[in-house]
Design a protein around this ligand. Structure first.
Ligand code: NAP
Ligand code: MG
Length: 483
């Protein structure tokens, strides 16, 4: 593992049940440049074409299987992943930089997701409805779409591929999955488990390579009936233009600038713990990260003092080392982005109270910036690092106005003991997920998830039973049983 020349994994494309391609691109552990995690084959238009063709050929037989048989494959894959969970978690730490505890939690989530949709396949039913015509009844069937493309980001390298792929497969679709170029190893674990569980060749295909080079080949392919994407707004917008131009179905879940409101009646230490978990946990590299805290004036100073104490606890280190609570930043460009936003924060008049020093290695210490105004760049743009900007608002209503004063609408939180204030916030805040006295990060897999405004296409929700809506269409069947 420490030999800088010998990669642990050779990552190829997975097409029609075969791993193909010549690995050339390196991925190194962001905590330890001498740890060569993988060499990866980068695909091109021909690779995408072969993957889509394999999916198209395999899909009808997969869809023709009884849905419980499809569910059984997912349930068996969950057990296989469970048996190698520790290996998958350690690889996840090495390719993405999470802490081992975070990675174990994410692999556990992928296992549970496979189980959940394994069960959903057994329940995959429609409705039956009364007909206005005598001697007739009506029922609906959920039909798979055919071939679907799944495009995923690096920040949850196994959970997001699992929560998109599992419902797609449960519903009888075939999948072409394009993982983020930084994190293909976790997807290999997922594909291996599904294959060993008996998923027929061609039902899941994986194509690796930079999205900027092969993305359009995949999203623009007329044989691809739908595209499910999670990632940045800029890439999502581009994908939307490609997919909607050919009138195919598209689901985009994108970035956030998630507010956490702290009201005067909150306990400052509790609020700081919630803010730090949401803002510094996962190295701030979560779409639901708390990146804006909006306090009312009475709690501001005590909250900031408590938050600085929390920041002290989130000292970054190698995710595999005992006791590390925060891992490295995923890549050099992401670290440069974090640094650029902190420089801008200071230039625009914010006070960078911690995290301002230039780090060694790919580490960014948790940063707290006070005196942030709504027009400051760090109050408006997603950073995707462990940076919390603190704003103030006179009262609950102006805090809600501030919370809503960005183009994003993914997650929003409030810390208060006032039940009325909490419900007022939940009703008025523009966000797909609202957390009361809980960090903005962290989701239950059986609960619908997605954003509003620029954070999402906001047409279909992911996760829970709702996820199946995106991957199916409804056919209505009229049955005459009496003349
Ligand atoms: P990204 O840069 O948008 O990339 C996401 C995926 O799209 C990657 O697989 C990427 O490939 C691919 N891609 C790039 N250009 C493409 C193109 N022209 N056509 C098709 N695919 C293309 O996002 P990221 O940096 O991986 O992840 C961070 C972002 O994800 C943040 O904005 C975060 O908020 C968001 N996110 C949102 C959620 C949510 O549920 N709302 C959850 C997690 C993360 P490459 O890796 O090869 O570039
Ligand atoms: Mg990116």
């Amino acid at each position: 593992m420490t030999d800088p020349q010998t990669p642990t994994h050779e990552i190829r494309h997975f097409i029609a049940g075969e791993w193909t391609g010549t690995p050339t691109r390196e991925r190194r552990n962001p905590a330890r440049p001498d740890d060569l995690v993988a060499v990866i084959a980068d695909g091109d238009a021909k690779t995408v074409d072969a993957a889509v063709r394999a999916a198209e050929e395999a899909q009808p037989a997969w869809a023709a299987l009884p849905a419980p048989a499809r569910g059984t494959v997912l349930l068996d894959a969950a057990e296989i992943l469970r048996s190698r969970a520790e290996r998958a978690a350690r690889d996840l730490v090495r390719e993405e930089g999470k802490t081992l505890a975070e990675a174990r939690g994410e692999v556990r989530r992928a296992i549970d997701v496979l189980r959940f949709y394994g069960g959903e396949a057994w329940r995959l039913g429609g409705d039956h409805l009364p007909s206005s015509v005598p001697g007739t009844f009506v029922y609906t069937r959920r039909e798979p779409l055919g071939v679907v493309a799944v495009i995923t980001p690096w920040n949850f390298p196994i959970a997001i591929p699992a929560w998109k792929t599992a419902p797609a497969l449960a519903a009888g679709n075939a999948v072409v999955l394009k993982p983020a170029e930084l994190t293909p190893v976790s997807v290999k674990h997922l594909a291996d488990c599904l294959t060993e569980a008996g998923l027929p060749a061609g039902v899941l295909n994986v194509v690796n390579g930079p999205g900027s080079e092969i993305g359009d080949d995949l999203t623009g392919d007329p044989r691809v009936a739908a595209v499910s994407f999670t990632g940045s707004v800029a890439v999502g917008r581009h994908i939307h233009s490609v997919v909607s131009a050919r009138h195919a179905r598209v689901q985009l879940e994108m970035g956030g600038k998630n507010p956490l409101v702290v009201l005067d009646d909150a306990d400052p230490a509790t609020a700081a713990r919630i803010a730090a978990a949401g803002g510094f946990g996962l190295t701030g590299q979560a779409c639901t990260a708390s990146s804006r805290v909006i306090t009312t004036p009475g709690v501001h100073d005590a909250f900031v003092a408590a938050l600085l104490k929390e920041a002290d606890r989130y000292r970054p280190g190698d995710g595999l080392a005992e006791g590390t609570v925060m891992g490295p930043v995923v890549s050099e460009p992401q670290l440069a982005t974090d640094r650029r936003y902190l420089d801008l924060a200071a230039q625009e008049g914010g006070q960078v109270l911690c995290g301002g020093a230039r780090p060694e290695g790919l580490y960014q210490a948790p940063a707290v910036v006070t005196g942030v105004h709504p027009e400051h760049t760090i109050a408006r743009e997603e950073i995707f690092g462990p940076v919390i900007g603190v704003l103030t608002a006179d009262d609950l209503d102006s805090a809600i106005d501030l919370a809503n004063d960005v183009p994003f609408g993914l997650a929003a939180g409030i810390v208060t003991r006032d039940l009325g204030a909490a419900h007022r916030f939940a009703a008025r805040v523009q966000a797909g997920v609202v957390k009361i006295n809980r960090p903005t990060t962290g989701l239950d897999l059986n609960v619908p998830f997605g954003g509003v405004k620029d954070s999402s296409t906001n047409t279909y929700r992911e996760q829970g039973s709702t996820a199946l809506d995106f991957y199916t269409w409804t056919k209505s069947v009229y049955v005459g049983f009496e003349d």
